[in-house]
Design a protein. Structure first.
Lengths: 245, 245
DNA sequence: TACTACATCTCGCAT
DNA sequence: ATGCGAGGTGTAGTA
């Protein structure tokens, strides 16, 4: 693709807040929270309407370089080829464009948000409405969602005069998760001036080391799966899919 | 763009392990580690040569949906429009394609790795070669000895018979960082059977609460910046850039 | 494989 | 702006 053609289309699309994608051979310098250099190779560059800049190599899931939304982006001629210079906050990206293979631009119309279920919040909600998931005598004191005594997921008491702090994790609980629970329990003991505070880790599973530390602190692990209400629908889809194959 | 044309180009590019990008109007269902639904809108869909699938809305830095490398991807006709079905591990993605606006495919040649400096490893290396950054009497032990103690960033001793555990963070240290350090110190006390173990948090800054907890445990904070050796080059570039503006 | 910790983490939420 | 914790976190390193 010709330099002049690219430059014109690029400027116009950028000004019109279109989305731009192009294939190119380039070399990249990054400076900001860290410093990086990526030698010449073919990449995909995506510029969104909010001036997000994302650069992908032909393999791997994550972008190799990027700038957050709101970047200042411009292209200038530099020693026979083009130089894309961009800045977002403290981060700077310089992309030497040796060759632009192909470019695609379009104004995209969206504005939808994704509905997502099965996160940690859904898990703690489930425990509040089904306290027996923790124990027969567990009584949650719903109320506090984010702050009050901290960021405790579910807080309550049992029938033996103990306060109970529940920490939910949607994945295998690790050492870090247990220290988090420990921190909350100690905060609660401090605030309430009592030693009768129990810790419960609610997660689908827990690593061996984490379980060891949990028990060392006299805490309990309870197996709880994150709720996925759309699961049946999707299961059906998968079954149908397998049938059609 | 015509369905039949898209289908043919898509299949061919996918089989040739080219990179594909297209603009489309679509509706997305995700099922796997969670469940999600995204109503109809315009998006950018990127399929890489390793069968990574990434879907972007026209704004925001992160993809709204994605599948990890190695996904099984196919497109089939479904009630007048196209249906892209993909699966990677336990994750399923169904994309109803109401209209494909434009498509770009190309075999990209890369294979370069990024050189990056200023990460936590660089920070701990710097401390090992310049122990005075921690204190005048700090003496780090050799790297070989270090490894058998686990995940400790820098380990050593001072002139007063104390073992010293250093935890590096490239950003503002938080409560979680301090509990991590605490965990390492306690592990070390246990392993060595001594109470004389000091904890040091090395980071550019530390939150007020984290500093409180740090001091409560008798640990110290030392201000250390992650090393960025290319910084001067980039600073010069920025200065030059400003001059040319 | 399981587990651990880093990441230019990003993002939202609350102070 | 800062602080704190979740994330469909992803990714690398190690046992």
């Amino acid at each position: 693709m010709e330099q002049a053609d690219f430059l014109e289309l690029f400027e116009r699309a950028l000004a019109a807040h279109q989305v731009l994608v192009f294939f190119c051979s380039c070399e990249i310098r990054y400076s900001g929270r860290a410093e990086a250099f990526l030698p010449q190779g073919d990449r995909v560059i995506l510029i969104k309407e909010d001036q997000t800049l994302i650069i992908h190599q032909p393999i791997n899931g994550n972008p190799i370089n990027y700038l957050k939304p709101g970047a200042e982006i411009r292209v200038e001629k530099h020693q026979g080829h083009l130089l894309l210079k961009a800045k977002s906050g403290k981060d700077y990206l310089d992309v030497e464009l040796f060759k632009v293979h192909d470019l695609m631009t379009k104004k995209l119309e969206d504005g939808q948000k994704q509905f997502l279920q099965g996160n940690e919040k859904d898990m703690s909600d489930m425990i509040k409405t089904q306290p027996s998931l923790i124990s027969d005598d567990f009584r949650p004191v719903s109320r506090e969602e984010h702050t009050k005594f901290g960021f405790i997921d579910v807080f309550g008491h049992d029938g033996k005069g103990n306060l109970v702090v529940v920490e939910c994790k949607r994945y295998t609980a690790s050492l870090a998760c247990v220290t988090q629970l420990r921190r909350y329990v100690e905060k609660m003991k401090d605030l309430k001036g009592t030693g009768k505070v129990k810790g419960v880790m609610a997660s689908p599973s827990i690593s061996t080391n984490a379980l060891g530390m949990l028990q060392q602190w006299g805490f309990r692990h309870v197996v709880v799966e994150p709720p996925k209400r759309l699961e049946r629908y999707n299961k059906d889809q998968r079954a149908l899919d397998a049938f059609l194959r």
